[in-house]
Design a binder for this molecule. Sequence first.
Ligand code: SF4
Length: 221
Amino acid sequence: MLNYIPRQDIDGEQFTLLPVSISALQHYSYCPRQCALIHQEQQFSDNIHTARGHAVHAVVDIPESDIAKGIPVERALPIYSRQLGLVGKADVVEFRDKVPYPVEYKHGGRRAKIHDDIQLAAQAICLEEMLSISVSRGAIYYFRSRRRREVVIDDELRTLVYQTTLAIRNIMNSEDLPTAFNDARCNECSLYEICQPKALTAQSTIKQMIDDLYNPGDKNE
Ligand code: SF4
């Protein structure tokens, strides 16, 4: 069952593909199960990390046009790619010599995270399609340190955006949730209580033990 109503983009044209939220790419890259719980099951829960994220995004969540240090800036800009079926919002887009330069706001420390880079690359791809212009760079802005990390939107990142979008669309068309990991990333996940990764992985270990109990195995073992 599709639980996501196909929508129209901001020009009023219907998407031919089931739209995927750009934020889902970041969630999927962190954990496919987290992505499915949020975007397929509409489950969400806050923890200290998501609360900090909301606080940071409150700064850029109000749509407005501005000029900062001589550079035109758009905040909370709706973006889409009909070709990929992506929809979302760019925190900040600077227009340097009329070339868009997306800037995604994050609360954490200034270190490279592939899930943030994929999200930024998806924004760049949307801006390219909307404005018919090549976007080769963008940046992640870290609110805590007030510093940026520039990201080159290279072929590798673009391929990851395409592959991740397809994988998410498959999840959204499926009845099944991806399996739980129960590893270090779960400690920082706001969906820990909903997901119950420890109990789920224990269940699959017990099931394996029961299966093995009645499996005579190879005589030569
Ligand atoms: S608790 Fe772990 S397995 Fe479950 S959604 Fe979060 S990161 Fe994924």
